[in-house]
Design a protein around this ligand. Sequence first.
Ligand code: GLN
Length: 317
Amino acid sequence: MIGKLTKGENNTSADNDTAIVTIRGVIQWAVRELQCSGIDSPRLDAEVILSHLLGCDRTELHTHPEKPVQCAIASQYKKAIQRRVQRTPLQYITHHAEFMSLDFYVNESVLIPRPETELLVEAAIKKANGFLSEDEIIVIDIGVGSGNIAVSLAKYIDISKIYAIDISPEAIDIAKINARKHGVENKITFLCGNIYEPLQSRGIKIKAHFIVSNPPYIASSELSVLQQEVRDYEPHTALISGTSGLEMFERILEDISSWLRPSGFLLLEVAEKQARQIIKMMKNTNIFTSIQRIKDYQNISRILIAQREDNIGQDRN
Ligand code: GLN
């Protein structure tokens, strides 16, 4: 049960009837509520939500703690804090998530972009330097979600032409919002469907310089052990991949040779303890000459980069 946000909450005025709620007062109230319900970063969350509702920077909350908060805002704040107490992720409350220094609109239809995924984008940007003599760098993004990968690549690789695919029409809508927001909608073709299936008539067979994906990779049996924020609020289609967690990787690799061009790169984000199995699956395709792994901030092999042989015809004979 959430406590009462009263007029005069920790206010300087001793008289509750004339007192109004201040920035300091509502934050103190919210921090207590969040702390009591076991939220890890109560002050940060309380401040981020309030600055979002007030449309100001967090620093302003610190410089003007005595400023009054209008009743309407105080009531919205109470509802928002209530949602956080119930473990709605902060980003779904504010509808903002930062990725590659860009601001992404997010809601419950899409996964919240994670910092680890930036490693994949950074690696793709670096590898793209090897293709600068090309007229166009073709990228296929499988599971576009909020558009974090596709939009950042479009933003940071000048000559990119991106095919962004998702099974969820709601996710495609959000990704389009983000592409427009960052002015890259002309560089991205959004396609709703299953893995490579919507690419069939696009004339890009064996033309992709990059195939990138942060696919669903959690085993269905692991759902119950996920953090409540993730389990109860993030879209399961974006998280779960069959009983092993490896199904999507199998399906991406199954038909990879029809789409990746010679010397092209496949970049995949993988879960802890999956790297070895996926590298084995990659080797079984017999099309890659090198496979590299990148570790994340917790020293977990998180990104796999596989480069296709440069002469398909010769190796096929
Ligand atoms: N590309 C998005 C992300 O990396 C969505 C991934 C997904 O839906 N599995 O967050």
